[in-house]
Design a protein around this ligand. Structure first.
Ligand code: SF4
Ligand code: SF4
Length: 436
């Protein structure tokens, strides 16, 4: 049975721009820039120095605490260890490797074709050593999510909704390598032993659904849940409600209602780590939008530059307006194409002037539309006023910290108010107040 979450919107998804393209693999960048900050938590410390020779898959950064390692995505020579532009907009420590085109493989990680005899701790350790994080963009460390879900969940959901407009990275993964996702689900099922294992996908991915139906018919104990397309269905709390009918309360985690959610690409990464002994050295990236000449999907080495992927897609159009890392609703605008791909980069979106919806004098006309679309049942218009007035108590009272920055309110707002930017700032103000 399917359930509805409150609010949400139905934007024109524009997925047709890249959905039909094949997955382009075997990219050979001349150099890669591997960021030491690719997950939520403590950044890695570089384990290599300028002049070192590295193999593909070799661990080149790691750290203590809430940290997972990063690995070289090509073999070659380290030519710089310095701060470089991150897709998030800041400058962070990175290791730059010049490709020797030899593809020499590191063999530290052991492949377990048959993982059935592995203990939970061993699987969780493999997941950590492979540097797996939430590949849908959340980038929370997967080993922590799995270990903190042990003995607490009865439902595990593979999130293949990919509800943000334009992006087709998970779609192409499901079409080209569904068995990777399903095998990863079976590995996590072995650890968490849930009663339900659900692969959730939105009904706009017709080809992927057809392929999955054929595959899942042959699997025992994995359900396919085809959900009506609606943004932000892929947000964790909304997806749990859509699949199970359970509501995760404010400030609570999915485990509080017996659920754990992992992105489909995260399951594929778990399969590659456990069965093939491969750490995360590449991810699927959609390069799309009206502002790029030939949209497509790429199996991109971690650390390849935005500029190189855009170039492979025919380059920017003359009327390009904005380049975004991620989707149009939750992505981060880029100053230029200098940043490089990190594990959480699912898309490079290039919008043209025709998509420029900004206005010089945004004004609230008190229409109330933002109230009807907010999936968290917040009151965006009041939160906006409190943020403008720097009223931290008012922001707290309106639960600004519950805002998932989905952008539904901004999409629906006829006054074109910069609501999401305002709430990001409002959340920062509240957190600073709490820290004091
Ligand atoms: S951005 Fe925040 S306030 Fe706006 S709709 Fe999404 S959750 Fe609600
Ligand atoms: S949708 Fe925009 S204009 Fe309408 S009440 Fe909300 S903030 Fe104001």
């Amino acid at each position: 049975m399917k359930h509805l979450f409150f609010g949400g919107i139905h934007p024109n998804d524009r997925k047709e721009l890249s959905a039909g393209s094949d997955l382009v693999a075997d990219l050979k960048p001349a150099q890669v820039t591997i960021s030491m900050s690719q997950h939520i938590g403590v950044p890695c410390q570089p384990l290599v120095a300028v002049g070192d020779l590295v193999k593909k898959g070799q661990k080149i950064g790691d750290g203590e605490g809430l940290c997972v390692p990063v690995h070289a995505s090509v073999s070659g020579k380290v030519i710089a260890v310095e701060k470089r532009r991150h897709p998030g907009g800041n400058e962070v420590m990175a290791v730059v490797i010049e490709n020797d085109y030899q593809d020499t493989q590191d063999t530290t990680m052991v492949p377990y074709g048959d993982y059935s005899n592995l203990e939970n701790d061993e699987i969780i350790s493999i997941i950590r050593e492979a540097g797996i994080v939430g590949m849908g963009g959340a980038t929370f460390s997967t080993n922590i999510k799995v270990s903190s879900s042990e003995n607490k969940v009865d439902t595990v959901i593979a999130n293949a909704c990919e509800c943000e407009p334009y992006i087709t990275a998970d779609d192409v993964l499901l079409r080209t390598h569904p068995e990777h996702v399903l095998e990863g689900m079976k590995i996590i099922r072995q650890v968490l032993k849930p009663e339900r294992m659900v692969l959730a996908v939105e009904d706009n991915k017709k080809d992927a659904i057809k392929i999955l139906k054929d595959k899942i018919d042959k699997e025992e104990g994995i359900e396919l849940s085809v959900l009506p397309t609606r943004y932000p269905q892929g947000a964790e709390k909304q997806l749990i409600q859509a699949v199970t009918g359970r509501e995760v309360e404010s400030g609570q985690l999915p485990a509080s209602v017996g659920c754990a959610v992992f992105n489909a690409a995260t399951f594929a990464a778990v399969y590659k780590a456990v069965c093939l002994g491969q750490p995360v050295t590449e991810r699927i990236v959609t390069v799309t939008g009206e502002g790029v000449k030939n949209p497509g999907n790429y199996a991109a080495p971690i650390g390849i530059s935005f500029a190189e992927l855009v170039d492979k897609s025919g380059g920017l159009t003359d009327d390009v307006w904005k380049v975004i890392s991620g989707g149009p609703m939750m992505g981060t605008a880029q100053k230029d194409l200098e940043a490089s791909i990190v594990k959480g980069t699912n898309s490079i979106l290039c919008l043209s002037q025709a998509q420029n919806g900004e206005t010089e004098n945004p004004v609230c006309i008190r229409c109330g539309k933002c109230l009807t679309v907010c999936p968290m049942r917040l009151e965006p218009l009041y939160m906006y006023c409190y943020e403008k007035a720097e009223d931290v108590a008012g922001l707290e009272q309106k639960h600004v910290l519950d805002c998932i920055e989905c952008g539904c309110c901004a999409y629906a707002c006829p006054g074109k108010l910069p609501l999401v930017e305002s709430f990001r700032n409002g959340k920062r103000m509240v957190r600073e107040g709490q820290n004091k």
